[in-house]
Ligand binder design. Structure first.
Ligand SMILES: *Cc1c(COP(=O)(O)O)cnc(C)c1O
Length: 425
């Protein structure tokens, strides 16, 4: 089956509630799927809308977000970092303190609870780095749902610790051996499963992308981040100049930015993976002229495509930003200019991890460190009476092996050799 098959969906203007149910964002978005997935997507959209209006559903989700995920996450004034940079005051939204270590749990809980409400006892998900797989497996363990996670064979090898956690939570991790054996192939496999299993199964997509209603739904589940930030700003009387977030598929960024999208201020800055250069296969930046409009995985957006129009190669030191597409709403807001896009390289992101660790005692996830790197560049150029907020979308415990190899040098290599892990040393 061809999942990039084009069925131009007709736009149902009546159905749209601008800001919440969009279907399309400018030219991007939509629902480009094989016929067989139309019904489950319609059903999902109806159930999601209805659940958003249900007090019972909302209060159950709210309870889980507080007592299980650990919300609200703190907003920290990074005093040492600010002093060292000299310039704008740097605040950090510590989303990495949420259970399972990143923002992904907000969406996983929202969708898993929705699946339960729809009477679906089985969840499938795709995962690249494994972060979304871990959040999904945890949510399923908590809510008593069966869970299967599709993961590229190569990613399984690269992200062993997350495979271990998923299995510990009781999920079945299925290796995907087709195509490039990475995330994009795992998505195809999950869609294929769903086409045959949708009556009993919910497909829990991990970022603000895919066919509608996923981009809207994931944004709404992640917007809890932005609402908390907005409330803190009000409480502290904080005038904020810019919000800065890393952008893979775009779920942490759109959730963080959500309450501010319809306003002129603050500046919203998305940071993509600059990798190790601007050539094909050296980065994962889709904005700034690198991406081409295309239709992949059921939605229209900007993608890194090769000369044959196929999904192209990407690279980033952070597995979570290493995806060829960008959520349709971010692509559209980038085009309109509401969101500015910039890039941070692998090396700049590593330097940011080191900086925030030594100045603030925080371990940024490598993904989030891209936002941190951009903040370190922006802050010194702004006056001291301005504030910026960096989104620490996740904590970096998961990156131990990559970080230690890069930052600790010989001592770490000796440790790996002693443990018999020559291939990683
Ligand atoms: C998955 C992940 C990302 C990238 O995904 P988005 O959908 O762009 O947010 C960023 N940061 C962390 C910590 C992640 O786990």
């Amino acid at each position: 089956m061809v999942w990039t098959q084009i069925h131009e969906p007709h736009r149902n203007e009546e159905k749209q509630v601008k800001g919440i149910y969009n279907d399309y964002f400018g030219d991007f978005g939509g629902r480009y799927v094989a016929e067989i997935l139309r019904t489950p997507l319609d059903e999902l959209e109806r159930a999601w809308r209805e659940s958003m209006d249900s007090d019972a559903y909302r209060s159950e989700l709210q309870d889980l977000l507080v007592s299980y995920a650990g919300r609200p996450t703190p907003l920290l004034f990074a005093q040492n970092a600010t002093r060292s940079c000299g310039g704008a005051q740097i605040f950090i939204k510590l989303e990495g303190l949420a259970n399972t270590g990143a923002h992904k749990i907000n969406n996983a809980l929202g969708q898993a609870l929705l699946a339960k409400r729809m009477g679906k006892g089985r969840i499938i998900a795709e995962t690249g780095a494994g972060q979304h797989g871990v959040a999904t497996a945890a949510a399923c363990a908590k809510l008593g749902l069966k869970c299967r996670v599709y993961m590229g064979e190569i990613d399984i090898r690269r992200q062993r610790p997350n495979v271990f956690w998923m299995e510990l939570f009781g999920a079945e991790v299925v290796p995907v051996v087709s195509g490039s054996k990475t995330l994009k192939d795992a998505i195809n496999e999950a869609l294929r499963d769903w086409a045959g299993s949708s009556t009993s199964t919910h497909y829990l997509i991990g970022s603000a992308l895919g066919p509608s209603p996923y981009p809207d739904m994931v944004r709404e589940f992640q917007s809890v981040i932005g609402r908390e930030v907005e409330e803190e700003m009000r409480r502290l009387g904080l005038e904020v100049e810019a919000l800065i977030a890393c952008v893979g598929g775009g779920s942490n960024a759109i959730g963080f930015f959500a309450p501010f999208l319809g306003r002129e201020k603050p500046r919203l800055v998305g940071v993509e993976a600059g990798g190790r250069g601007s050539g094909t296969g050296e980065h994962a930046a889709r904005m700034g002229g690198f991406g081409t409009p295309g239709i992949v995985h059921g939605y229209k957006s900007l993608f890194l495509l090769d000369d044959d129009g196929q999904v192209g190669k990407t690279h980033s030191i952070s597995a979570g930003l290493d995806y060829p597409g960008i959520g349709p709403q971010l692509a559209s807001l980038g085009r309109e200019g509401r969101i500015e896009f910039t890039r941070a390289s692998d090396d700049e992101s590593l330097a940011a991890v080191r900086f925030f660790a030594s100045h603030e005692g925080l371990i940024f996830a490598l993904e989030s460190a891209h936002a941190g790197a951009a903040a370190l560049e922006m802050a010194p150029e702004m006056p001291e009476n301005r504030a910026i907020i960096v989104h620490m979308s996740g904590r970096g415990d998961k990156d131990l092996f990559i970080l230690a190899k890069q930052l600790a040098g010989k001592g770490w290599r000796d440790f790996l050799l002693q443990e018999g892990r020559e291939d990683e040393a």
